[in-house]
Write a protein that binds this ligand. Structure first.
Ligand code: BES
Ligand code: MN
Ligand code: ZN
Length: 498
């Protein structure tokens, strides 16, 4: 999709569909007023007919409006002032894009109000408009024999004041990078486990290496991982025919020697639970257990596209968790790369087992910060539902930065405590740590496990179990969260550098 910033007079705008806002109780927005004047009151006449009242996300498509060059006018309800927030903004963009898609126009132009989001930050509103209209165009047909009809729509324009053109261009570039990154994460998430294997993910990294000069990918295979002592990560893939991979992507946009920010993604390409086998119902959804990894690929792509002036390392711990005669058994004890031993009491708590060695490996980059992203615990869905990412950290400033990035990117997180009290739940009679801490506070004890491997640096953990995909039904599929949050976090780091 081609996005474009335009400015000028509404009446002479050449577009197949001009989208203008109607405020609550039939009130014309400034753009609608201008269009109404140009059409000698045609629009207000329609409004007085009662076909639309201006409630959030209402739509009414008009053809051949006199006095305007646009072929169609789409009236779009934006509600009352107090109803204008991110959630409603996303809803009304979805409604408008629904009409635009079904009408089969080749171009559409948004001419909306100045303030329709939570904060009155114009850059962010324009960026969200790009992100959210772009994401309405996402469709997955990779594994269907009949491909979706190609969209006729090939251009979305956004009308802004002349003075705001520079800010709007930046919003457009950043928004495009984020929506592209999000789509990549969704595609990877949606691919089935028989295609998206650890080796497939490794190949994706090599492709990024080819595509972007500033990015170098290195694949650490099982033999090298054995040499490094990553027996905990390796234990997860023992039951699988698919070799495990540690995927390392180094992006160098900053100064030589400047400490990198490291992202570490859980890349379980299928989680059967292993010998602690999961129940059958809905198990297919465990193909999404690599969505943390997918968000790392998405964020890395976005920062490459934006050419951020910082150094970032993306690490993906990829393995398939299967039962077999070779599989790790409950009670088995493995030695991690850090030297600590782990008693694997439940083979279904495998995410932390691959992450702990990847986190130890992250230490070699002397990172400015490390953030891991994982579909780690079902308990996180019980705690926070499907709205917020769970945020836990060994550093409250870092947690605050991530929460703020989540607010700014409308990809919200919520912090859970990582107090020492919880650590005792991981005591083991036979090893240094057990890999499970019982039912209470499952998300926190999982993070406690990871915290044993992150003592050397500023670290945060994002549990995306509740937000990474939509279950069942028509909406079933990967969401691409938290590519926006991660990208915003890195944008903020880059802004601080300057
Ligand atoms: N990938 C799952 C967590 C998960 C479950 C995410 C459902 C999203 C939806 C993880 O590997 C897992 O199985 N965790 C166990 C941990 C338990 C054995 C301590 C869980 O949450 O039940
Ligand atoms: Mn599991
Ligand atoms: Zn898992």
């Amino acid at each position: 999709m081609d996005f474009e910033i335009v400015s000028g007079d509404i009446a002479s705008l050449e577009t197949e569909c001009l989208i203008i806002a109607i405020e609550a109780e039939n009130t014309l927005s400034p753009a609608a007023k201008a269009a109404d004047d140009a059409s000698s009151g045609y629009i207000s006449e329609i409004l007085s007919g009662g076909d639309i009242s201006g409630k959030t996300a209402q739509t009414l498509l008009l053809h051949k409006v006199p006095g305007l060059s646009a072929k169609r006018i789409l009236l779009l309800g934006v509600g009352k002032e107090e109803e204008r927030n991110n959630r409603n903004f996303r809803k009304l963009i979805k409604a408008a894009m629904g009409v635009v898609k079904s009408t089969g126009v080749s171009s559409a132009t948004f001419a909306l109000n100045a303030v329709l989001t939570d904060d009155s930050d114009q850059y962010r509103q324009l960026r969200h408009l790009v992100e959210w209209s772009g994401s309405e165009l996402y469709s997955y047909d990779e594994t269907k024999s009949k491909k979706a009809d190609p969209l006729k729509l090939d251009q979305i324009a956004i009308l802004v004041d002349d003075n705001d053109a520079d800010l709007a261009e930046t919003a457009l570039l950043d928004g495009t990078a984020i929506v592209n990154g999000t789509s990549i994460a969704r595609d990877l998430g949606n691919l089935p486990g028989n295609i998206c294997t650890p080796t497939y993910l490794a190949d994706q990294a090599l492709e990024l290496d080819d595509e972007f000069d500033d990015l170098t990918a290195t694949i650490v295979d099982e033999e090298e991982m054995t040499e490094l002592g990553m027996h905990c990560l390796l234990s997860v893939g023992h039951g699988s025919e698919q070799p495990s991979k540690l995927i390392v992507m180094e992006y160098k946009g900053g100064e030589e020697g400047e400490k990198p920010h490291v992202l570490v993604g859980k890349g379980i390409t299928f989680d059967t639970g292993g010998i602690s086998l999961k129940p059958g119902a809905g198990m297919d959804e465990m193909k999404f257990d690599m969505c943390g990894a997918a968000s790392v690929f998405g964020a890395m792509t976005a920062i490459c596209e934006m050419a951020l002036p910082i150094n970032v390392v993306g690490i993906v711990a990829a393995a398939e968790n299967m039962p077999s005669g070779h599989a790790t058994k409950p009670g088995d004890i493995v030695t991690t790369m850090s030297g600590q031993t782990v008693e694997i009491l439940n083979t279904d708590a495998e995410g932390r087992l691959v992450l702990c060695d990847a986190l130890t490996y992250a230490g070699r980059f002397e990172p400015a910060s490390v953030v891991d992203i994982a579909t780690l615990t079902g308990a996180c869905i019980i705690a926070l539902g499907h709205h917020a990412t769970g945020v836990l950290a060994n550093n409250d400033d870092l947690a605050a930065e991530l929460l703020q990035a989540g607010e700014q990117a409308a990809d919200k997180g919520w912090q859970l405590p990582l107090w020492d009290e919880f650590q005792e739940q991981l005591d083991s009679n036979f090893a240094d740590i057990a890999n499970i801490g019982g039912r209470p506070a499952g998300t926190i004890t999982a993070a406690c496990f990871l915290s044993r491997f992150t003592k050397e640096y500023r670290w945060a953990h994002l549990d995306i179990a509740g937000v990474a995909w939509n279950s069942g039904g028509k909406d079933k599929g990967a969401t691409g969260r938290c590519v926006p949050l991660l990208t915003q976090y890195l944008l903020n780091q880059a802004a601080e550098e300057e």
